[in-house]
Ligand binder design. Structure first.
Ligand code: ADP
Length: 409
Protein backbone atom coordinates (compact mmCIF):
# COMPACT_ATOMS: atom_id res chain seq x y z
CA UNK A 1 0.00 0.00 0.00
CA UNK A 2 1.74 3.17 -1.27
CA UNK A 3 0.16 5.60 1.25
CA UNK A 4 1.68 3.66 4.16
CA UNK A 5 5.16 3.91 2.60
CA UNK A 6 4.89 7.69 2.13
CA UNK A 7 3.54 8.14 5.65
CA UNK A 8 6.44 6.07 7.10
CA UNK A 9 9.07 8.02 5.08
CA UNK A 10 7.44 11.35 6.11
CA UNK A 11 7.44 10.40 9.78
CA UNK A 12 11.13 9.31 9.55
CA UNK A 13 12.12 12.60 7.89
CA UNK A 14 10.18 14.65 10.46
CA UNK A 15 11.82 12.72 13.32
CA UNK A 16 15.38 13.03 11.87
CA UNK A 17 14.86 16.77 10.94
CA UNK A 18 13.54 17.53 14.41
CA UNK A 19 16.37 15.65 16.13
CA UNK A 20 19.20 17.32 14.10
CA UNK A 21 17.60 20.80 14.51
CA UNK A 22 17.84 20.23 18.29
CA UNK A 23 21.41 18.91 18.22
CA UNK A 24 22.86 21.34 15.68
CA UNK A 25 21.36 24.82 16.28
CA UNK A 26 23.52 26.23 13.42
CA UNK A 27 21.55 24.37 10.79
CA UNK A 28 18.35 24.19 12.82
CA UNK A 29 16.26 26.21 10.40
CA UNK A 30 17.08 23.96 7.47
CA UNK A 31 16.30 20.80 9.44
CA UNK A 32 13.17 22.28 10.92
CA UNK A 33 12.02 22.84 7.35
CA UNK A 34 12.89 19.21 6.60
CA UNK A 35 10.91 18.10 9.65
CA UNK A 36 7.90 20.18 8.47
CA UNK A 37 8.25 18.61 5.02
CA UNK A 38 8.32 15.18 6.71
CA UNK A 39 5.13 15.97 8.65
CA UNK A 40 3.38 17.10 5.42
CA UNK A 41 4.56 13.91 3.64
CA UNK A 42 3.36 11.74 6.57
CA UNK A 43 -0.05 13.48 6.56
CA UNK A 44 -0.41 13.06 2.77
CA UNK A 45 0.71 9.43 3.01
CA UNK A 46 -1.75 8.55 5.74
CA UNK A 47 -4.56 10.21 3.75
CA UNK A 48 -3.66 8.15 0.65
CA UNK A 49 -3.34 5.02 2.82
CA UNK A 50 -6.76 5.61 4.28
CA UNK A 51 -8.29 5.94 0.81
CA UNK A 52 -6.53 2.80 -0.37
CA UNK A 53 -7.71 0.79 2.65
CA UNK A 54 -11.27 2.00 2.11
CA UNK A 55 -11.12 0.88 -1.53
CA UNK A 56 -9.75 -2.52 -0.54
CA UNK A 57 -12.52 -2.99 1.99
CA UNK A 58 -15.20 -2.17 -0.57
CA UNK A 59 -13.64 -4.69 -2.94
CA UNK A 60 -13.54 -7.40 -0.26
CA UNK A 61 -17.12 -6.86 0.82
CA UNK A 62 -18.26 -7.00 -2.84
CA UNK A 63 -16.48 -10.32 -3.16
CA UNK A 64 -18.10 -11.59 0.02
CA UNK A 65 -21.51 -10.55 -1.31
CA UNK A 66 -20.86 -12.31 -4.58
CA UNK A 67 -19.93 -15.52 -2.72
CA UNK A 68 -23.02 -15.34 -0.52
CA UNK A 69 -25.15 -14.83 -3.62
CA UNK A 70 -23.62 -17.89 -5.29
CA UNK A 71 -24.19 -19.96 -2.14
CA UNK A 72 -27.81 -18.83 -1.98
CA UNK A 73 -28.32 -19.70 -5.63
CA UNK A 74 -26.83 -23.16 -5.12
CA UNK A 75 -29.04 -23.74 -2.07
CA UNK A 76 -32.09 -22.71 -4.11
CA UNK A 77 -31.16 -25.18 -6.87
CA UNK A 78 -30.73 -27.90 -4.26
CA UNK A 79 -34.07 -27.02 -2.63
CA UNK A 80 -35.78 -27.00 -6.05
CA UNK A 81 -34.37 -30.44 -6.87
CA UNK A 82 -35.48 -31.67 -3.44
CA UNK A 83 -38.98 -30.29 -3.92
CA UNK A 84 -39.15 -31.75 -7.40
CA UNK A 85 -38.01 -35.19 -6.22
CA UNK A 86 -40.35 -35.19 -3.23
CA UNK A 87 -43.35 -34.29 -5.43
CA UNK A 88 -42.72 -37.20 -7.79
CA UNK A 89 -44.90 -40.26 -7.42
CA UNK A 90 -41.77 -42.39 -7.60
CA UNK A 91 -39.31 -43.51 -4.94
CA UNK A 92 -35.91 -42.01 -5.68
CA UNK A 93 -32.52 -42.39 -4.09
CA UNK A 94 -28.91 -41.81 -4.82
CA UNK A 95 -26.24 -44.20 -3.57
CA UNK A 96 -22.47 -44.51 -3.76
CA UNK A 97 -20.75 -47.52 -5.33
CA UNK A 98 -20.84 -49.32 -1.95
CA UNK A 99 -24.68 -48.96 -2.02
CA UNK A 100 -24.67 -46.42 0.80
CA UNK A 101 -27.58 -44.00 0.49
CA UNK A 102 -26.53 -40.37 -0.20
CA UNK A 103 -29.99 -38.98 -0.86
CA UNK A 104 -33.59 -40.24 -0.60
CA UNK A 105 -36.78 -38.40 -1.52
CA UNK A 106 -39.73 -38.15 0.90
CA UNK A 107 -41.69 -40.89 -0.86
CA UNK A 108 -38.80 -43.33 -0.54
CA UNK A 109 -38.39 -42.54 3.17
CA UNK A 110 -42.12 -42.99 3.80
CA UNK A 111 -42.32 -46.19 1.75
CA UNK A 112 -39.50 -47.82 3.72
CA UNK A 113 -40.81 -47.02 7.19
CA UNK A 114 -40.28 -43.26 7.50
CA UNK A 115 -36.76 -43.38 9.02
CA UNK A 116 -33.68 -41.48 7.82
CA UNK A 117 -32.14 -43.47 4.97
CA UNK A 118 -29.12 -41.28 4.28
CA UNK A 119 -25.94 -42.92 5.55
CA UNK A 120 -27.50 -46.41 5.61
CA UNK A 121 -26.74 -49.24 3.24
CA UNK A 122 -29.54 -49.96 0.74
CA UNK A 123 -29.86 -53.46 2.19
CA UNK A 124 -30.44 -52.31 5.77
CA UNK A 125 -32.79 -49.48 4.67
CA UNK A 126 -34.95 -51.60 2.35
CA UNK A 127 -34.21 -55.19 3.47
CA UNK A 128 -34.10 -56.11 -0.21
CA UNK A 129 -31.15 -58.14 -1.42
CA UNK A 130 -32.58 -57.98 -4.93
CA UNK A 131 -32.33 -54.18 -4.97
CA UNK A 132 -28.79 -54.27 -3.61
CA UNK A 133 -27.80 -56.79 -6.27
CA UNK A 134 -29.40 -54.65 -8.97
CA UNK A 135 -27.20 -51.69 -7.96
CA UNK A 136 -24.12 -53.91 -7.87
CA UNK A 137 -24.94 -55.24 -11.29
CA UNK A 138 -25.35 -51.66 -12.64
CA UNK A 139 -21.93 -50.85 -11.12
CA UNK A 140 -20.35 -53.86 -12.82
CA UNK A 141 -21.97 -53.48 -16.22
CA UNK A 142 -22.14 -49.64 -16.27
CA UNK A 143 -25.52 -50.10 -17.95
CA UNK A 144 -29.02 -49.25 -16.80
CA UNK A 145 -30.68 -52.14 -14.94
CA UNK A 146 -34.41 -52.70 -14.57
CA UNK A 147 -36.28 -55.35 -12.60
CA UNK A 148 -39.65 -56.00 -10.95
CA UNK A 149 -39.03 -56.53 -7.24
CA UNK A 150 -41.31 -57.72 -4.43
CA UNK A 151 -40.52 -55.74 -1.26
CA UNK A 152 -41.49 -57.21 2.12
CA UNK A 153 -40.53 -54.33 4.41
CA UNK A 154 -42.44 -52.68 6.04
CA UNK A 155 -45.40 -54.22 4.12
CA UNK A 156 -45.83 -56.27 0.96
CA UNK A 157 -45.33 -54.06 -2.11
CA UNK A 158 -44.35 -54.67 -5.72
CA UNK A 159 -42.21 -52.12 -7.56
CA UNK A 160 -40.33 -51.71 -10.83
CA UNK A 161 -36.79 -50.66 -9.88
CA UNK A 162 -34.44 -48.93 -12.30
CA UNK A 163 -30.78 -48.23 -11.55
CA UNK A 164 -28.31 -46.18 -13.59
CA UNK A 165 -24.81 -44.87 -12.86
CA UNK A 166 -23.34 -41.39 -13.15
CA UNK A 167 -20.65 -41.19 -15.85
CA UNK A 168 -17.71 -40.93 -16.24
CA UNK A 169 -16.59 -42.44 -12.91
CA UNK A 170 -19.71 -44.48 -12.16
CA UNK A 171 -19.22 -43.94 -8.44
CA UNK A 172 -22.79 -42.72 -7.81
CA UNK A 173 -26.02 -44.52 -8.73
CA UNK A 174 -29.55 -43.27 -9.19
CA UNK A 175 -32.34 -45.63 -8.11
CA UNK A 176 -36.01 -45.12 -9.01
CA UNK A 177 -38.80 -47.44 -7.88
CA UNK A 178 -42.28 -47.23 -9.37
CA UNK A 179 -44.94 -48.84 -7.17
CA UNK A 180 -47.18 -51.20 -9.16
CA UNK A 181 -48.86 -52.99 -6.23
CA UNK A 182 -52.32 -51.60 -7.10
CA UNK A 183 -51.87 -52.45 -10.77
CA UNK A 184 -50.99 -56.06 -9.98
CA UNK A 185 -53.91 -56.29 -7.51
CA UNK A 186 -56.33 -54.98 -10.16
CA UNK A 187 -54.98 -57.51 -12.65
CA UNK A 188 -55.61 -60.28 -10.14
CA UNK A 189 -59.14 -59.01 -9.40
CA UNK A 190 -59.87 -58.97 -13.15
CA UNK A 191 -58.46 -62.49 -13.63
CA UNK A 192 -60.49 -63.78 -10.66
CA UNK A 193 -63.58 -62.03 -11.98
CA UNK A 194 -63.27 -63.59 -15.44
CA UNK A 195 -62.69 -67.01 -13.84
CA UNK A 196 -65.73 -66.53 -11.59
CA UNK A 197 -67.97 -65.42 -14.46
CA UNK A 198 -66.90 -68.40 -16.57
CA UNK A 199 -67.57 -70.73 -13.69
CA UNK A 200 -70.98 -69.21 -12.93
CA UNK A 201 -72.04 -69.47 -16.58
CA UNK A 202 -70.67 -72.94 -17.10
CA UNK A 203 -72.62 -74.55 -14.26
CA UNK A 204 -76.13 -73.88 -15.67
CA UNK A 205 -74.93 -74.58 -19.21
CA UNK A 206 -73.62 -77.99 -18.17
CA UNK A 207 -76.97 -78.74 -16.52
CA UNK A 208 -78.90 -77.65 -19.64
CA UNK A 209 -76.73 -79.80 -21.87
CA UNK A 210 -77.10 -82.87 -19.64
CA UNK A 211 -80.92 -82.44 -19.52
CA UNK A 212 -81.14 -81.95 -23.29
CA UNK A 213 -79.03 -85.06 -23.92
CA UNK A 214 -81.19 -87.10 -21.56
CA UNK A 215 -84.27 -85.90 -23.40
CA UNK A 216 -82.70 -86.88 -26.73
CA UNK A 217 -82.05 -90.44 -25.55
CA UNK A 218 -85.25 -90.75 -23.60
CA UNK A 219 -88.33 -92.77 -24.37
CA UNK A 220 -90.54 -90.33 -26.29
CA UNK A 221 -93.60 -91.58 -24.47
CA UNK A 222 -92.35 -90.63 -21.00
CA UNK A 223 -94.20 -87.35 -20.87
CA UNK A 224 -93.76 -86.74 -17.16
CA UNK A 225 -89.95 -86.90 -17.40
CA UNK A 226 -89.96 -84.54 -20.38
CA UNK A 227 -91.99 -81.97 -18.47
CA UNK A 228 -89.67 -82.20 -15.44
CA UNK A 229 -86.52 -81.86 -17.52
CA UNK A 230 -87.90 -79.07 -19.64
CA UNK A 231 -88.90 -77.26 -16.45
CA UNK A 232 -85.35 -77.56 -15.21
CA UNK A 233 -83.95 -76.34 -18.52
CA UNK A 234 -86.21 -73.28 -18.38
CA UNK A 235 -85.09 -72.57 -14.79
CA UNK A 236 -81.42 -72.80 -15.77
CA UNK A 237 -81.94 -70.51 -18.77
CA UNK A 238 -83.67 -68.03 -16.43
CA UNK A 239 -80.65 -68.28 -14.18
CA UNK A 240 -78.31 -67.51 -17.08
CA UNK A 241 -80.45 -64.53 -18.01
CA UNK A 242 -80.40 -63.34 -14.41
CA UNK A 243 -76.60 -63.59 -14.19
CA UNK A 244 -76.00 -61.79 -17.48
CA UNK A 245 -78.44 -59.00 -16.63
CA UNK A 246 -76.80 -58.56 -13.20
CA UNK A 247 -73.39 -58.44 -14.89
CA UNK A 248 -74.65 -55.75 -17.24
CA UNK A 249 -76.09 -53.73 -14.34
CA UNK A 250 -72.81 -54.04 -12.45
CA UNK A 251 -70.70 -52.94 -15.39
CA UNK A 252 -73.03 -49.97 -15.99
CA UNK A 253 -72.82 -49.01 -12.31
CA UNK A 254 -69.02 -49.18 -12.49
CA UNK A 255 -68.38 -47.32 -15.69
CA UNK A 256 -71.15 -45.08 -16.95
CA UNK A 257 -71.74 -41.74 -15.30
CA UNK A 258 -75.52 -41.74 -15.08
CA UNK A 259 -77.92 -38.83 -15.09
CA UNK A 260 -79.46 -37.80 -11.79
CA UNK A 261 -82.63 -35.98 -10.97
CA UNK A 262 -84.59 -35.13 -7.82
CA UNK A 263 -86.28 -38.40 -6.77
CA UNK A 264 -88.67 -38.98 -3.87
CA UNK A 265 -86.91 -41.84 -2.04
CA UNK A 266 -89.97 -42.41 0.16
CA UNK A 267 -91.95 -43.14 -3.00
CA UNK A 268 -89.20 -45.46 -4.28
CA UNK A 269 -89.24 -47.41 -0.99
CA UNK A 270 -93.05 -47.77 -1.09
CA UNK A 271 -92.99 -48.89 -4.73
CA UNK A 272 -90.22 -51.45 -4.06
CA UNK A 273 -92.13 -52.83 -1.06
CA UNK A 274 -95.24 -53.09 -3.16
CA UNK A 275 -93.26 -54.94 -5.82
CA UNK A 276 -91.93 -57.50 -3.28
CA UNK A 277 -95.03 -57.78 -1.09
CA UNK A 278 -96.17 -61.01 -2.71
CA UNK A 279 -92.79 -62.70 -2.20
CA UNK A 280 -92.87 -61.79 1.52
CA UNK A 281 -96.47 -62.96 1.88
CA UNK A 282 -95.63 -66.30 0.23
CA UNK A 283 -93.05 -66.87 2.98
CA UNK A 284 -95.39 -65.69 5.73
CA UNK A 285 -93.26 -62.61 6.49
CA UNK A 286 -94.39 -59.13 7.44
CA UNK A 287 -92.95 -56.47 5.17
CA UNK A 288 -93.09 -53.14 7.00
CA UNK A 289 -92.19 -49.76 5.45
CA UNK A 290 -91.49 -46.83 7.77
CA UNK A 291 -90.98 -43.74 5.63
CA UNK A 292 -91.61 -40.01 5.89
CA UNK A 293 -94.28 -38.65 3.53
CA UNK A 294 -91.56 -37.48 1.18
CA UNK A 295 -87.75 -37.36 1.07
CA UNK A 296 -86.21 -35.94 -2.09
CA UNK A 297 -82.60 -36.65 -3.13
CA UNK A 298 -80.57 -36.25 -6.34
CA UNK A 299 -80.16 -39.81 -7.58
CA UNK A 300 -80.51 -41.96 -10.64
CA UNK A 301 -83.99 -43.32 -10.10
CA UNK A 302 -83.67 -46.72 -11.73
CA UNK A 303 -80.28 -47.41 -10.08
CA UNK A 304 -81.58 -46.45 -6.67
CA UNK A 305 -84.69 -48.58 -7.04
CA UNK A 306 -82.33 -51.44 -7.81
CA UNK A 307 -80.46 -50.80 -4.52
CA UNK A 308 -83.69 -50.86 -2.51
CA UNK A 309 -85.10 -53.91 -4.30
CA UNK A 310 -81.83 -55.89 -3.98
CA UNK A 311 -81.63 -55.28 -0.23
CA UNK A 312 -85.30 -56.06 0.47
CA UNK A 313 -85.17 -59.10 -1.82
CA UNK A 314 -82.15 -60.45 0.07
CA UNK A 315 -83.80 -59.80 3.44
CA UNK A 316 -86.84 -61.80 2.37
CA UNK A 317 -84.73 -64.59 0.84
CA UNK A 318 -82.60 -65.07 3.95
CA UNK A 319 -85.44 -64.84 6.51
CA UNK A 320 -87.60 -67.82 7.44
CA UNK A 321 -89.99 -66.24 9.91
CA UNK A 322 -90.72 -62.84 11.38
CA UNK A 323 -90.44 -59.60 9.47
CA UNK A 324 -88.51 -57.33 7.17
CA UNK A 325 -88.57 -53.64 8.10
CA UNK A 326 -87.56 -50.91 5.67
CA UNK A 327 -86.85 -47.60 7.36
CA UNK A 328 -86.09 -44.29 5.66
CA UNK A 329 -84.92 -41.34 7.77
CA UNK A 330 -82.85 -38.20 7.27
CA UNK A 331 -81.04 -35.42 9.03
CA UNK A 332 -79.76 -32.14 7.59
CA UNK A 333 -76.79 -33.78 5.88
CA UNK A 334 -77.86 -37.24 4.75
CA UNK A 335 -80.64 -39.69 4.06
CA UNK A 336 -80.44 -43.10 5.73
CA UNK A 337 -82.07 -46.28 4.52
CA UNK A 338 -82.18 -49.35 6.78
CA UNK A 339 -83.35 -52.83 5.90
CA UNK A 340 -83.69 -54.97 8.98
CA UNK A 341 -84.70 -58.61 8.99
CA UNK A 342 -85.21 -61.35 11.56
CA UNK A 343 -83.48 -63.94 9.40
CA UNK A 344 -80.58 -66.37 9.50
CA UNK A 345 -77.91 -63.69 9.99
CA UNK A 346 -74.36 -63.68 8.62
CA UNK A 347 -71.39 -65.24 10.46
CA UNK A 348 -68.99 -62.44 11.47
CA UNK A 349 -66.04 -63.89 9.50
CA UNK A 350 -68.01 -63.46 6.25
CA UNK A 351 -69.15 -59.88 6.89
CA UNK A 352 -66.05 -58.13 5.42
CA UNK A 353 -66.42 -59.98 2.10
CA UNK A 354 -70.13 -60.12 1.31
CA UNK A 355 -70.00 -57.01 -0.92
CA UNK A 356 -67.48 -58.72 -3.24
CA UNK A 357 -68.73 -60.01 -6.56
CA UNK A 358 -69.94 -63.61 -6.44
CA UNK A 359 -69.18 -63.91 -2.72
CA UNK A 360 -71.81 -66.01 -0.97
CA UNK A 361 -71.95 -67.35 2.56
CA UNK A 362 -73.79 -70.48 1.49
CA UNK A 363 -73.55 -71.16 -2.23
CA UNK A 364 -76.25 -73.82 -2.28
CA UNK A 365 -78.74 -71.67 -0.42
CA UNK A 366 -78.04 -68.61 -2.59
CA UNK A 367 -78.58 -70.71 -5.72
CA UNK A 368 -81.81 -72.18 -4.33
CA UNK A 369 -83.17 -68.67 -3.80
CA UNK A 370 -82.20 -67.66 -7.34
CA UNK A 371 -79.28 -65.52 -6.16
CA UNK A 372 -76.36 -64.65 -8.43
CA UNK A 373 -73.91 -63.42 -5.79
CA UNK A 374 -73.85 -60.03 -7.52
CA UNK A 375 -76.70 -58.25 -5.71
CA UNK A 376 -74.63 -56.63 -2.95
CA UNK A 377 -71.74 -55.77 -5.31
CA UNK A 378 -74.27 -53.86 -7.42
CA UNK A 379 -75.65 -52.14 -4.31
CA UNK A 380 -72.20 -51.03 -3.18
CA UNK A 381 -71.16 -49.68 -6.58
CA UNK A 382 -74.35 -47.70 -7.06
CA UNK A 383 -74.29 -46.25 -3.54
CA UNK A 384 -70.62 -45.30 -3.73
CA UNK A 385 -70.96 -43.77 -7.17
CA UNK A 386 -73.66 -41.53 -5.61
CA UNK A 387 -71.17 -40.47 -2.91
CA UNK A 388 -72.89 -42.59 -0.25
CA UNK A 389 -71.85 -45.45 2.01
CA UNK A 390 -73.23 -48.89 2.71
CA UNK A 391 -72.70 -51.19 5.67
CA UNK A 392 -74.02 -54.17 7.56
CA UNK A 393 -74.38 -55.49 11.09
CA UNK A 394 -75.63 -58.98 11.78
CA UNK A 395 -76.23 -61.48 14.51
CA UNK A 396 -76.23 -65.14 13.58
CA UNK A 397 -79.67 -66.69 13.94
CA UNK A 398 -81.25 -63.36 14.92
CA UNK A 399 -81.15 -61.12 11.91
CA UNK A 400 -79.30 -58.63 9.77
CA UNK A 401 -79.36 -54.86 9.28
CA UNK A 402 -78.12 -53.34 6.04
CA UNK A 403 -77.81 -49.53 5.99
CA UNK A 404 -77.19 -47.00 3.24
CA UNK A 405 -76.40 -43.34 3.78
CA UNK A 406 -76.65 -40.81 1.00
CA UNK A 407 -75.47 -37.18 1.26
CA UNK A 408 -78.25 -34.68 0.63
CA UNK A 409 -77.80 -31.40 -1.17
P1 ADP B 1 -77.01 -63.44 -3.61
O1 ADP B 1 -77.46 -63.30 -5.01
O2 ADP B 1 -76.32 -64.72 -3.33
O3 ADP B 1 -78.05 -63.07 -2.62
P2 ADP B 1 -75.75 -61.00 -2.80
O4 ADP B 1 -74.56 -60.30 -3.35
O5 ADP B 1 -77.04 -60.28 -2.83
O6 ADP B 1 -75.82 -62.38 -3.54
O7 ADP B 1 -75.43 -61.41 -1.31
C1 ADP B 1 -74.20 -62.04 -1.03
C2 ADP B 1 -74.38 -63.00 0.14
O8 ADP B 1 -74.60 -62.26 1.33
C3 ADP B 1 -75.56 -63.93 0.03
O9 ADP B 1 -75.23 -65.08 -0.71
C4 ADP B 1 -75.85 -64.24 1.48
O10 ADP B 1 -75.00 -65.28 1.90
C5 ADP B 1 -75.46 -62.98 2.21
N1 ADP B 1 -76.63 -62.13 2.51
C6 ADP B 1 -77.05 -61.04 1.84
N2 ADP B 1 -78.11 -60.47 2.44
C7 ADP B 1 -78.38 -61.22 3.52
C8 ADP B 1 -79.35 -61.14 4.58
N3 ADP B 1 -80.29 -60.18 4.62
N4 ADP B 1 -79.29 -62.08 5.55
C9 ADP B 1 -78.37 -63.06 5.53
N5 ADP B 1 -77.43 -63.17 4.58
C10 ADP B 1 -77.43 -62.27 3.58
Amino acid sequence: VKGVHFAAIGLGLAFVGFLISLLAPSVAVAFQLLAILGVILAAGGSYVAHREFARLETFESAERNQLALLERQEQRHRDALDQFASGLDVLIFLTDAQTQVIYANEKAKTAFGGGEMVGQRVLSATLSTELEQLIQSAARSREMQRQEIAFHHPGERIGVAQVWGEPPGYDRFFVSIYDITDLRRLERVRRDFVANVSHELRTPMTTIRAMAETLQDDDPDSGELRVRYLDKIVREVDRLTHITSDLLTLSQAESASVSRAPVDLADSVRTSCHFLEQKARDKGLDLIAETPASLVAMVNESQFSQVIVNLIDNAISYTEKGSVTVRLTSDAAAARLEIQDTGIGIPPEHLPRIFERFYRVDKGRSRATGGTGLGLAIVRHIVESHGGRVGVTSELGKGTLFWVTLPLG
